[in-house]
Write a protein that binds this ligand. Structure first.
Ligand SMILES: [Cu+2]
Length: 552
């Protein structure tokens, strides 16, 4: 197995920075399909930590605490989350300052039931404005965390105009007062529809949607990537009776796994190549990292290469790739080199119709996979490593499971998991749209563009009628994990061929590979209002790769 890896090591480990992208696409005149033929496995550049890193599989896997509601009356649950600075011992013996939800990274998990509304009052005690988005939530626009719907810190003063990308368009007006409408993006674009609050904001989530794993994270205009990197990410789980009745592994045999890479500076802080480390004024990252920021430490639930003791039984792994730019191809390998099946039961937007068995599971930033793994065939004392086939050196390991004891197991994997998946047909689509996701010129520098344009909150990009079914064709230069707010979609095709096995089910993020064209189909319903679609490589998102989606 090792030899085979070495044989294709060169291409497997090739990383594509923005220079590489431009080199492939523009300077040499290579077409997208030629770029695809070279198959770079990663888009982005890796930071190297300046502190000693611990050996793998020493730190126990943390399970994020479940947040207690402050009220459950009136058929709805109310929660309060304070966003504040905290520090944590992520690497043994090293203190790391973080930006957190409730002092923890990941933030506390919110457990919720389908159709039971949840209101979360977020209080911003961080030094910068924030925005909360519940990724995968079917949420009214007012609570969806539009990037200019800022929650300002108590004492926030409007920053002086930065000279960021040197654009003449960057004329800032005066920021509106307390609770005012209107906000400015860092590139000086006034957004008259923004609803800005000071200190707190109530986000209301009806959760009238299929049960699944959601995640909440920061979505502030121009500064989403560094804010998530500093720790602003947490999980929310939606359940319902039908799923509870399936007999899937549950309780301690259901594990949320938030995978994220990070790098550490010499003083123990999280390293990140921000142009403005205060994250107050000038957005963006240093040139080598424009295509994405990768870390050399793999965290699962905030712990480096953790280990978890398990029974020799089935487990349900609810995997989220919360990395800014890193892609993974996960496989589970036992001591004797045997690969365990990863039986996928759910996608971003809930249960599949039927299980799909993988040996190798690709997972792009923001994607979620609901997977059953069976440890019953592994001897007690054995170790099963979760390996990332796209990594090299330390980033090849993710975490491990140590089989601690024999155990009885009455869980099962039903052959039919759900019968409510939408089955939209091409013939139902009232229109087909095409969007190019490409590197390009933006504000005098390099940016990431959709249809040749960088994000502008004031521009109409897509306007669609409530209830319309549409087919979208998404075309990529390098890797772009494309995310639609509000709606789930089905993958119809990849470069004219049938979808891949892991494209099954209802998704809200689809991984475009270099040079690929992916067709998706969806119905725009749920709520009317202003939403977004964007690349979920968080650096691309901050540097232009978003667009407006208005449902009327
Ligand atoms: Cu992208």
């Amino acid at each position: 197995m090792r030899e085979r890896d070495e044989g294709r090591g060169l291409s497997r480990r090739r990383m594509l920075g923005i220079g590489g992208a431009l080199g492939l696409m523009a300077a040499t005149g290579l077409s997208a399909s030629a770029a695809l033929a070279r198959r770079p496995s990663v888009t982005g550049a890796e930071l190297r930590s300046a502190v000693p890193l611990p050996p793998p599989f020493q730190v126990p896997l943390p399970i994020p605490a479940v947040l207690k509601p402050v009220s459950t009356s009136g058929g709805a649950d109310r929660y309060e989350i304070t966003q504040r600075e905290a520090s944590a011992e992520i690497l043994p013996g090293v203190r790391t300052p973080l930006w957190t939800y409730e002092g923890a990274f990941p933030g506390p998990t919110i457990e919720s039931r389908r159709g039971r509304p949840v209101t979360v009052t977020h209080r911003n005690e961080l030094p910068v404005p924030t925005v909360v988005h519940l990724h995968g939530g079917r949420t009214p626009a007012a609570s969806d965390g539009y990037p200019t719907d800022l929650v300002l810190p108590g004492g926030w003063q409007e920053a002086t105009p930065h000279t960021g990308h040197g654009s003449a368009q960057e004329a800032h007006g005066a920021q509106g007062a307390h609770g005012a409408h209107g906000a400015h993006g860092a590139h000086g674009m006034h957004d008259p529809r923004a609803v800005v609050t000071r200190l707190t904001r109530d986000y209301t989530f009806p959760l009238d949607q299929r049960p699944t794993l959601l995640w909440y994270h920061d979505h502030r205009m121009d500064f989403t990537a560094p804010a998530i990197w500093r720790g602003l990410a947490g999980l929310q789980i939606v359940r319902d009776d039908a799923e509870d009745d399936l007999g899937l592994p549950a309780g301690p045999r259901e594990l949320p796994l938030m995978i994220a890479d990070r790098a550490f500076a010499a003083d123990g802080s999280l390293d990140y190549p921000s142009l403005d480390p205060t994250l107050r004024e000038r957005p963006g990252v240093r040139e080598p990292y424009l295509a994405g920021v990768l870390g050399d430490v793999i965290l699962v639930n905030g712990a480096p290469w953790p280990v978890h003791e398990v029974d020799a039984a089935r487990y349900r792994l609810r995997i989220l790739n919360a990395s800014n730019a890193r892609h993974y191809e996960l496989e589970a390998v036992s001591d004797d080199g045997r690969r365990l099946d990863l039986v996928q039961i759910g996608a971003d937007q809930g249960l599949l119709a039927a299980p799909v068995t993988h040996r190798l599971l690709p997972i792009a930033p923001a994607e979620r996979y609901d997977v059953i793994i069976d440890f019953s065939g592994v001897p007690v004392g054995g170790l099963v490593r979760m390996v990332n086939r796209l990594g090299s050196g330390r980033t090849r390991e993710v975490m491990a499971f140590r089989i601690a004891r024999k155990a009885t197991d009455d869980s099962r994997i039903p052959r039919v998991l759900s019968t409510d998946l939408p089955s939209w047909r091409r013939s139902e689509a009232v229109r087909v749209r095409e969007f190019d996701f490409r590197v390009g010129r933006m504000h005098g520098g390099h940016g990431w563009l959709i249809g040749g344009l960088p994000f502008d909150p004031a521009r109409s990009d897509v306007t669609t009628r409530f209830g319309d079914v549409e087919v979208w064709r998404l075309v990529a230069d390098v890797h772009h994990p494309v995310h639609l707010h509000l709606v789930g979609f089905r993958v119809l095709s990849r470069s004219g061929r049938p979808p891949l096995p892991h494209d099954a089910g209802l998704k809200d993020t689809v991984s475009l590979r270099p040079g690929e064209g992916v067709e998706i189909i969806t119905r725009f319903d749920g709520y009317r209002g202003r939403y977004l679609f964007h690349c979920h490589n968080a650096e691309h998102e901050d540097m232009g790769m978003m667009a407006n989606l208005e449902i009327i």
